[in-house]
Design a protein around this ligand. Structure first.
Ligand code: PEP
Length: 257
């Protein structure tokens, strides 16, 4: 059996970005809870803005839907004005945390080495990191997509042991597809997912690439999800815009079943 052939449990995560204050977040969580409580085929997580997290955690209790952070600071506490630590996220019931999202890399100066620190901080705090990697359009057109993604993987994961790696979910998010409506074709996405799994296979024992989930992110919608999710190395989706409307997000979860 090749690493691609074993079916991993699908995982759909919604990144609410800087949308949905507590009242709106509560309403969206309630709508998701109504449909998702008790379903056991797909792992589902939502990542509200920090301020809305306690409300969403309370609303989704006993639903089986996980709550994720969108970011964290690498230190557990300290004089870091405006920041939130992994320990704090854990204390309020968060289980996953997105790390290295391209918006953070491009707009907030998250470098490869800062992203690595955040991955380690997640694991120290007992959070499961969702590591985002992906190339820009210029990098793709220059034929550098594989090199960029490999560099990001090496920087973020290079010092983790085979025992730590399975706690990490990788999200391949080509920057040119995020929030643009321009989605990678299933074949383009599959090609990069296979490259990522191959990168893992070259460095770690077979159980690591076989078990790790690699999500695709970039303009995923109900209408394109099935094609992407049918690919052997695409184990789920990280969803931005379409996670803000319950029925749109639920259509993607349904496509993953
Ligand atoms: C994202 O923000 O991670 C994302 C994939 O956004 P969108 O689905 O809107 O492209």
């Amino acid at each position: 059996m090749t690493p691609s052939e074993s079916r991993r449990r699908p995982f759909i995560a919604g990144n609410w970005k800087m949308y949905k204050g507590p009242a709106e977040a509560d309403a969206l969580a309630e709508a998701l809870k109504r449909t998702l409580t008790g379903q056991a085929q797909v792992d589902v997580a939502v990542a509200p803005p920090f301020l809305s997290i306690p409300t969403v955690v309370a609303r989704l209790r006993h639903s089986g839907v996980h709550v994720a952070g969108q970011n964290l600071h690498p230190e557990p506490s300290g004089a870091f004005t405006g920041e939130i630590s992994g320990e704090m996220l854990r204390q309020v019931g968060v289980t996953y945390c997105i790390v290295g999202h391209s918006e953070r890399r491009a707009l907030f100066g998250d470098t490869d080495s800062f992203v690595e620190k955040k991955v380690h901080a997640c694991l120290r705090a007992g959070l499961l990191p969702i590591l985002c990697v992906g190339e820009t359009l210029d990098e793709r057109e220059a034929g550098q997509a594989d090199a960029v993604v490999s560099r990001q993987l090496a920087a973020a994961l290079g010092k983790l042991s085979s025992d730590q790696l399975p706690s990490v979910t990788i999200a391949y998010e080509p920057v040119w597809a995020i929030g643009t409506g321009r989605v990678a074709t299933p074949a383009q996405a599959q090609e990069m997912h296979a490259t990522i799994r191959g990168w893992l296979a070259e460095r770690y024992p077979a159980f690591v690439p076989r078990g790790m989930r690699i999500l695709y992110g970039g303009s995923v919608k109900g209408s394109n999800a099935a094609g992407l999710l049918s690919q052997p190395d695409i184990d789920g989706a990280l969803v931005g815009g379409a996670s803000l409307v319950a029925e749109d997000f639920l259509a993607i979860v349904a496509a993953a079943k």
